[in-house]
Design a protein around this ligand. Structure first.
Ligand code: ARG
Length: 472
C-alpha cells in the first residue's frame, strides 16, 4: 500500500493530496452530510458494485482487483447492515466513509474503486436508486389508503339501506351524496397521486453513473454497461446534465406536496365529522388522543396532523426549488441540500398515509346522523327546480320560483313541504320530492352521487385500483 492510500484509509480526507492543512473543525461541522445521507449506504454499495463490474468488463481493472473490491464491498455491506460499521471523524458523507473503509480492507485494490468516477455521478446514482425503491413504498401506502376508502365505501353500499350525508359547497349543505361516493371522491384523488408518482419514477429511471465530475472520462468506461447492471432503463446522454439534474427530486417533492394537500383535505373533514356539531363519525380509541387537562376530550390528532403536515411538504418543495434556482452547471455543493427535504417528505407522508388508513379503517360512522342531515328538506330544492324543468319551465325561471318558495318557508317559519304543496305551480306531487330518501335516489346521472349509479362507479374505481396495483 502506498503512503497516500494508507493516509486515506487512516482517516484523511479523500481529497487531501492538494491540501497542506487538515480541514478546519468548522468546515467539517458545516459541510458534512453523513448524519442524513448515511441512509444511502445500500444504494452507494449497489452503485459501486456496478461500477467496479464495469471497470472489470472494460478491462480497466484486472479480475483480481475487481474480486478484491467486491469482497471488500461485501464486508462493508455486512458491517453496515449489522450496525458494526465504524465511522470516523473525517467521514464527510456516506460515500467517503465507504470508500475509506474499502481502501482500508482491500488496500491498493480498494484505492482503485473510484477510477473513472466522481462523487458527483456517484451521489446522483445512489439517490436515484434510493428513489426507485422508496417511492414504490410510498405508492403502495397510497394504494393501501385507497383500499381502506374502497372497503369502507363498499361496506356502506351493501348496508341494505342507503347511507348518505349532505354534500357541501362553501361548507353549506348543498345536495345529498352517498357516503360511499364521498369516500371514493378522495380515493380518485389519491389514485391520481399514485399515477403521478409512477410517472415520475419512469422519468427518473436514468443512470448518471459514468458522467464523472462533469465531463465523462479519458478512460474507456462504459456507462451503458453499469446502467444495465443497475437496472436503469437507460444511461445519461449528457454528462453535465447528469450530474446537475435534480428535477427528479423536485418532481417527487411536488407530487408528495400535492398528495399531502389531499391528505390535509381528508384530515380537515374528519376533524369536522368527529366534532359534536357534525357527529358523523367516531374514532376508535386507539386512533384518538386525549387532553392533558380536559378529561372529557377525545381528539382527532391524526386528522389534524395530516392537515398540518401539508405545510411542511409544500415547504420542502419550495425550499428545494429555491436551492436549484440560478445554480450554474454542473455540480455545486448546494445540491447536497436535496436530501433532507426529500427524506423528510418521504418519511412524513408515509407515516401520515399509514396513520390515516388505520384511523379510517377503525372509525365508526354515525349513519343515522348523516342520513338525518342528508334528508333536510332544503337539500332537495334543486330537485324541485328540475321537476319544473321536466314540465317545460325554463331552468332559470324554475330556479327563481323555488328560491321564492324557500324564502317564504323561512320567513313564515313553515316547512318547505307545506309551502310547496300549496304552491300553484308545484303542489302535492312536487312536495313528495322533499320526503326522506327521495333526493339521494334522484342523483342518478353517470358519476353522480346516488345509489342507482354507484355500482357503476365502484366498478371503474376497482379497475383503476387494480391497474395501479399491477403497475410495473
Ligand atoms: N455529500 C455531497 C452531496 O451529497 C457529495 C458530493 C460532493 N462532491 C463534491 N465534489 N464535493 O452532494
Amino acid at each position: 500500500m502506498s503512503e497516500q492510500d494508507d493516509s486515506v484509509a487512516h482517516g484523511k480526507a479523500l481529497w487531501h493530496g492538494r491540501f497542506a492543512a487538515a480541514p478546519a473543525e468548522e468546515l467539517m461541522a458545516f459541510t458534512v452530510s453523513l448524519p442524513f445521507d448515511r441512509r444511502l449506504w445500500l444504494d452507494d454499495i449497489t452503485g459501486s458494485r456496478a461500477h467496479v463490474a464495469m471497470l472489470g468488463a472494460t478491462g480497466i481493472l484486472d479480475s483480481d482487483t475487481v474480486g478484491a473490491i467486491e469482497d471488500a464491498l461485501a464486508t462493508v455491506h455486512d458491517e453496515m447492515a449489522s450496525g458494526r460499521f465504524a465511522f470516523v471523524e473525517t467521514d464527510e458523507d456516506i460515500h467517503t466513509a465507504i470508500e475509506r473503509r474499502i481502501t482500508q480492507i482491500a488496500g491498493d485494490a480498494g484505492a482503485r474503486l473510484h477510477t473513472g468516477r466522481s462523487r458527483n455521478d456517484q451521489v446522483a446514482t445512489a439517490l436515484r436508486l434510493w428513489c426507485k425503491r422508496e417511492i414504490r413504498v410510498v405508492i403502495s401506502k397510497v394504494l393501501d389508503l385507497v383500499d381502506v376508502l374502497h372497503a369502507r365505501a363498499t361496506e356502506t353500499d351493501s348496508a341494505g339501506t342507503a347511507v348518505y350525508l349532505p354534500g357541501y359547497t362553501h361548507l353549506q349543505r348543498a345536495q345529498p351524496v352517498l357516503l360511499s361516493h364521498h369516500l371514493r371522491a378522495h380515493g380518485w384523488a389519491l389514485m391520481r397521486d399514485a399515477d403521478r408518482l409512477f410517472d415520475a419514477l419512469e422519468r427518473l429511471d436514468v443512470s448518471p453513473l459514468g458522467a464523472g465530475a462533469l465531463a465523462g472520462s479519458s478512460l474507456p468506461i462504459d456507462p451503458q454497461h453499469s446502467a444495465a447492471l443497475l437496472g436503469f432503463a437507460k444511461a445519461f446522454d449528457n454528462s453535465l446534465d447528469a450530474v446537475s439534474d435534480r428535477d427528479f427530486v423536485a418532481e417527487l417533492l411536488a407530487h408528495i406536496a400535492l398528495l399531502g394537500v389531499h391528505l390535509s383535505r381528508i384530515g380537515e373533514e374528519w376533524v369536522l365529522w368527529t366534532s359534536e356539531e357534525f357527529g358523523f363519525a367516531r374514532l376508535d380509541d386507539a386512533y384518538a388522543t386525549g387532553s392533558s387537562m380536559l378529561p372529557q376530550k377525545k381528539n382527532a390528532d391524526i386528522a389534524e396532523l395530516a392537515r398540518g403536515k401539508a405545510g411542511r411538504l409544500i415547504g420542502n418543495l419550495a425550499g428545494l426549488l429555491t436551492t436549484l434556482k440560478g445554480l450554474p452547471l454542473a455540480y455545486n455543493r448546494d445540491l447536497q441540500e436535496d436530501k433532507e427535504p426529500l427524506f423528510d417528505s418521504v418519511d412524513q407522508v408515509r407515516r401520515a398515509l399509514v396513520a390515516l388508513a388505520g384511523m379510517i379503517a377503525t372509525a365508526t360512522f354515525n349513519s343515522q346522523n348523516m342520513v338525518d342531515a342528508g334528508d333536510a328538506e332544503a337539500l332537495a330544492a334543486t330537485d324541485l327546480a328540475e321537476w319544473l324543468v321536466e314540465r317545460g319551465v325554463p331552468f332559470r325561471r324554475a330556479h327563481a320560483i323555488v328560491g321564492e318558495v324557500v324564502r317564504s318557508a323561512i320567513e313564515s317559519g313553515q316547512s318547505l313541504a307545506a309551502v310547496v304543496s300549496r304552491h300553484a305551480e308545484l303542489g302535492a306531487e312536487a312536495a313528495g320530492l322533499l320526503s326522506p330518501g327521495s333526493a339521494i335516489a334522484r342523483r342518478r346521472s353517470r358519476g353522480g352521487a346516488g345509489p342507482s349509479v354507484s355500482a357503476d362507479q365502484a366498478n371503474r374505481f376497482s379497475e383503476e385500483l387494480a391497474r395501479l396495483r399491477a403497475h410495473r
